[in-house]
Design a protein around this ligand. Structure first.
Ligand SMILES: CCCCCCCCCCCCCC(=O)SCCNC(=O)CCNC(=O)[C@H](O)C(C)(C)COP(=O)(O)OP(=O)(O)OC[C@H]1O[C@@H](n2cnc3c(N)ncnc32)[C@H](O)[C@@H]1OP(=O)(O)O
Length: 218
C-alpha cells in the first residue's frame, strides 16, 4: 500500500487530516459569518472548488474505512462530532474523569438555530456522542435506540461548553445513560439534559450492520 505503511507516515497523515479539518472549520466559520461583497463570495466559491478538486480524485467508497482511522482502536478522524478531520465537527473533546465522561467544545456560527444560540439538533448530537462514549467507557458499548432531550435554557454560541455523561443503569443488553450541557463558566446551571437508551448488539446484528465494513476494515 501506501505512504502510511510505517507508523511515522500514519502520524504525519493524521496530523495533515487534522490540519485540513482546522482549515475547513475556519472556512465554514468565515463563510457563515461573512458579510463580504457578493463578488468576493463568487470568487471564493471558485477558488474553493479548485482547491478541493485534487481531494476528490482518490476517494474511498461507502464501506471502506479511512486509511488513517483505526476502527477497533477508536480512532475516527471524520466522526462528525469529535473528528479532527471533520469540517462539520465542533470538534467535541471528551475525556474520562472517574466514571464520568467530560466533554468540551465551543460552537461557532455554523451551529446556530435560534439567533446567537445553538440549534437543538446540535445539542442532541453532542449528547448522543457523550452518552455513547460513557457507555463505551464503562465497558458496555451499544447503539442508541432512544434519546430524550430536555431543553431548559438555550445553549450560547461562542461560549466554552462543558458536557458530562455517565451510565445510570445496565439491564442485560440495555444500557441507560444520562448527560448534560452547561457553560464551562457556570457548570451548575444545566442548559440541556438527556437520557439515552443504548443496546449492545448481538453478534448477528453486528455482522448484519457492519460486516461489509469490518471485512475490509483495518
Ligand atoms: C473509552 C471508550 C470510548 C468509546 C467511544 C465510543 C464512542 C461512540 C459514540 C457513538 C455515539 C453515537 C451512537 C449512535 O449515533 S448509533 C446510531 C443511531 N442508532 C441507530 O442507528 C440504531 C438503530 N437501531 C437498530 O439498528 C436496532 O434497534 C438495534 C440493532 C440496535 C437493536 O435491535 P432491535 O431493535 O431489534 O432490538 P433487540 O430485539 O435486539 O432488543 C434488544 C433490547 O433492546 C430493547 N429496546 C429496543 N429499542 C428500545 C427502545 N427504544 N427503548 C428501550 N428499549 C429498547 C428491547 O426491548 C430489548 O430489550 P430486552 O428484551 O433484551 O431487555
Amino acid at each position: 500500500m501506501s505512504e502510511i505503511e510505517n507508523g511515522q507516515g500514519l502520524q504525519a497523515r493524521r496530523a495533515a487530516i487534522t490540519d485540513l479539518g482546522d482549515a475547513l472549520r475556519l472556512l465554514i466559520e468565515q463563510a457563515t459569518a461573512t458579510e463580504a461583497p457578493t463578488a468576493d463570495l463568487l470568487r471564493a466559491a471558485a477558488l474553493i472548488r479548485q482547491a478541493g478538486a485534487p481531494l476528490g480524485e482518490r476517494a474511498r467508497g461507502r464501506f471502506e474505512t479511512a486509511s488513517a482511522d483505526d476502527l477497533l482502536g477508536g480512532v475516527r478522524l471524520y466522526n462528525p462530532v469529535t473528528g479532527g478531520g471533520s469540517a462539520f465537527a465542533p470538534p467535541l473533546e471528551i475525556h474520562r474523569d472517574g466514571d464520568v465522561a467530560v466533554g468540551s467544545c465551543t460552537l461557532g456560527r455554523a451551529f446556530e438555530g435560534p439567533p446567537s444560540f445553538a440549534h437543538g439538533g446540535v445539542s442532541a448530537m453532542l449528547l448522543d456522542q457523550m452518552l455513547g462514549y460513557a457507555c463505551g467507557m464503562s465497558g458496555h458499548p451499544g447503539m442508541t435506540v432512544q434519546l430524550d432531550t430536555a431543553y431548559r435554557q438555550p445553549v450560547p454560541l461562542y461560549t466554552p461548553l462543558r458536557l458530562t455523561a455517565r451510565v445510570a443503569a445496565v439491564d442485560r443488553r440495555v444500557i441507560t445513560a444520562t448527560g448534560t450541557i452547561a457553560t464551562a463558566e457556570d457548570p451548575a446551571s444545566i442548559l440541556v439534559r438527556a437520557t439515552g437508551t443504548f443496546v449492545a448488539l448481538l453478534p448477528e446484528q453486528a455482522q448484519r450492520l457492519f460486516g461489509p465494513v469490518m471485512g475490509r476494515g483495518r
